[in-house]
Write a protein that binds this ligand. Structure first.
Ligand SMILES: [Cu+2]
Length: 269
């Protein structure tokens, strides 16, 4: 995988929705720098002007200037504007307007100490049922092998392939502790909580291989909990999709066996 050079600024943004998030982050940084410089100047003036020296006595009456109060009120108003005026609309646009399921690829992303399991629904678009009783080394997601919807399902561990320029709906969940599904270049971050499947959606605009990182301290192997998200063009994605083995496909169709039963036996009873 080619190493992404993040540099000193933000990682590159290769998502459709990330622009607003980046703008907000930059704005908050500018605001914080302004606050830092302002408070630094205030502190320096206070230290020099009110230092101890002969012939000066402390004044126990508080300052009468209204200026600090106005500045404080101004800061509070600006923070309210950041939250209500800017953050809420971005959140609203990003979080409350899911793409139509027909236009999107829906996958399940299930965190586990310390890997990411990706469950694809196969051609029928339906996920096979899952249950804890089917979980094994070969079936980490516990997909029910007898559910008809499982036949074309497949899963991948730490390898998340998606097509470029297509909306992806990812149901984020966890098998054990709280993880957090994070893809910096797609501006995606969502906690993975056991017992919950939280849908998120995003559209990648650039092909390539990027890092999935767990963004929530989840145990001793937390720092190793990295996956790779591969954004393919449609052709490569189609090829990859076809190549994936379908572990729950029944090799011998049931009809073939019926043929071997003598007709007299089959019609008995
Ligand atoms: Cu984790």
């Amino acid at each position: 995988m080619e190493k992404i050079k993040y540099g000193y600024l933000m990682p590159p943004d290769w998502s459709l929705h990330g622009h607003g998030i980046d703008q907000l982050i930059y704005l908050v940084h500018i605001f914080m720098v302004a606050l830092f410089i302002g408070w630094g100047i205030f502190l320096t003036i206070a230290l020099i002007r009110h230092r101890q020296r002969p012939g000066h006595q402390a004044n126990y009456e508080s300052a009468t200037s209204k200026l600090p109060k106005f500045i404080e009120v101004g800061i509070v108003l600006f923070e309210v504007f950041l939250l209500v005026g800017l953050s809420f609309p971005i959140w609203n646009r990003y979080k409350t307007d899911p793409p139509a399921a027909e236009d999107a690829l829906t996958v399940r992303v299930v965190g586990q100490q310390f890997v990411w399991n990706i469950h694809y629904p196969g051609e029928d678009g339906k996920f096979g049922k899952t249950s804890i009783k089917f979980v094994s080394d070969f079936n980490p997601l516990g997909i029910d092998p007898d559910d008809p919807a499982s036949v074309d399902d497949f899963f991948a561990v730490n390898q998340f392939h998606i097509p470029v320029n297509k909306p992806i709906i990812a149901q984020i969940s966890s098998k054990d502790v709280i993880h957090s599904f994070g893809v910096p270049v797609l501006r995606v971050k969502q906690d993975a909580t056991p017992g919950m499947a939280v849908p998120i959606w995003f559209t990648a605009t650039q092909t390539g291989q990027f890092e999935i990182i767990c963004s929530q301290l989840c145990g001793v192997g937390h720092s190793l909990m990295k996956g790779i998200i591969t954004v393919d063009n449609d052709e490569d994605f189609g090829k990859w999709w076809q190549e994936q083995p379908r572990p729950f496909k029944k090799e011998a169709p049931a009809e073939a066996k019926v043929d071997t039963v003598p007709e007299s036996e089959a019609t008995k009873g």
